[in-house]
Design a protein around this ligand. Structure first.
Ligand code: IMP
Length: 430
């Protein structure tokens, strides 16, 4: 079977977790391919809400195998506590259900301390990272001095490598950032214990995925973060250090150029962003409070990983079209359409204006968006609650008009629309 890929088309937090949860009902393997515990995927099933940072959201379906690919940077402490949380919530997470790539990199306390020290040192130019050590772990990977999960399999040499890693990190922490050093022995002992617990999960997942695809099994690749946070294709330097875009799925799962089926782009019905960086359609005051929510509900716009309030704005059709192009998206799923109920008029950004000229596409990628002013199209809103809609005919005509406009602006069909946090609050539109 060809590989299907789920991608965020915005700055992350599009609600990919629940789309992956839904698609996982038909999948044999669900595989994460990028990022680390900077991600936060929320899935609500009945009274249970699962907040996952590393393990693919598909694991909640008892028949799936969850894979963490070589493109990830893994904090073993987070992974083990996530496994414990899932076990306590009745989800099996033994090595028969979760596999870790031997080539994924480890996040250590050195990376977290460096991430936080580097952010502090950036002063007014902060990126607003999640502080989880993502950038420094990928820096070590690119510098060819990182620790990989396979290192955990040799107890003695892993202990020695950890000591050397912490000592090297301490030099950077103290000399460059005047930060507190870490205890090499205590950290190495802690990681030796993690290694003992995780060893049975580590294997060549590329082989598992290759075999699965060749024997007609259904594999779903789950992207973390979003297109606009991609290291190359995003709003650099306000990006993460991995490749959330579709091509990242192949690199991050150890697959070659294999047959790819659906490339499913997930977009919210509006735009959100955590951290710093350009955001042409950002709104403030009353509309922002309305889109963000108060924080009382798990689906309100506050970071799953950091708790930070998210910046919010109108849907940016220029950036959506860009995401379709750089990922090869074949269909869109829209999340949180219900949040727009009662807002009138609604707005979609359909172009940019700068220096007296109008642009339908980005003249130079999404890096420097500051000079661009959005050109909005206004659409009529709707008052009727849409949360119980399950098919196209259940929606008010204004909602269907809004969806149709998204299809026209993006150039791809909309297939699913989510209208509430519950697993079944999804309508099939296509
Ligand atoms: P880092 O990935 O922690 O280095 O953070 C870099 C940027 O990506 C910051 O603006 C973060 O807020 C953002 N970011 C990282 N992970 C996520 C995510 O899962 N959702 C939304 N934003 C994220």
């Amino acid at each position: 079977m060809p590989l299907d890929i789920v991608i965020g088309t915005q700055w992350g937090d599009e609600g990919k977790g629940r789309i992956v949860d839904l698609l996982s009902a038909q999948a044999d393997i669900v595989a994460r391919y990028n990022g680390g515990d900077n991600a936060g995927h929320t899935v609500t099933v009945g009274k249970q809400t699962f907040k996952l940072h590393l393990i693919p959201s598909g694991i909640i379906h008892p028949h799936t195998l969850g894979v963490l690919g070589n493109g990830l940077v893994i904090n073993p402490a987070t992974l083990l506590s996530e496994m414990e949380m899932l076990k306590n919530m009745g989800v099996r997470v033994g090595p028969e259900r979760v596999r870790l790539s031997y080539a994924a990199h480890l996040i250590t306390p050195v990376h977290r301390a460096l991430d936080q020290a580097q952010e502090k040192a950036r002063g007014k130019s902060q990126i607003g990272t999640t502080g989880r050590g993502i950038g420094p772990a990928y820096t070590d990977k690119a510098a060819r001095r990182g620790l990989r999960l396979e290192d955990m399999l040799d107890t003695q040499s892993f202990y020695d490598k950890m000591i050397a890693h912490v000592k090297g990190g301490n030099i950077q922490l103290q000399a460059l950032y005047q930060a507190e050093p870490l205890d090499p022995e205590a950290t190495a002992r802690e990681y030796a214990d993690f290694a003992r617990q995780l060893a049975p999960y580590i294997s060549d997942v590329g082989e598992v995925l290759y075999e699965a695809l060749n024997s007609n099994k259904r594999v779903l690749a789950e992207g973390a973060q979003g297109t606009l946070l991609d290291l190359d294709m995003g709003t650099y330097p306000f990006v993460t250090s991995s490749y959330p875009t579709a091509a990242g799925a192949l690199v991050g799962l150890g697959l070659g150029i294999c047959p790819v089926g659906r490339i499913i782009g997930v977009t919210k019905a509006f735009q959100t962003r955590v951290g710093a960086g350009p955001f042409p359609t950002e709104v403030f005051a009353e509309t922002a409070e309305r889109l963000r929510g108060s924080g009382a509900n798990p689906w309100d716009e506050f970071g799953t990983t950091t708790g930070r309030p998210r910046r919010v704005g109108w849907l940016d059709g220029v950036l959506l079209r860009y995401a379709v192009r750089v990922n090869g998206i074949t269909e869109l799923d829209i999340t949180k359409l219900d949040i727009l109920t009662g807002l009138n008029p609604l707005r979609i950004c359909v172009g940019y204006r700068s220096g007296g000229k109008e642009y339908a596409t980005l003249p130079m990628g999404p890096t420097d968006l500051a000079p661009f002013e959005p050109i909005y199209e206004e659409l009529p809103g709707w008052e009727r609650d849409v949360q119980s809609a399950r098919t196209r005919s259940d929606f008010p005509k204004e909602a269907l008009q809004f969806i149709k406009r998204i299809e026209e602006v993006s150039g791809v069909p909309v297939r699913l629309v989510s209208i509430g946090a519950e697993r079944d609050q999804i309508a099939e539109i296509a």
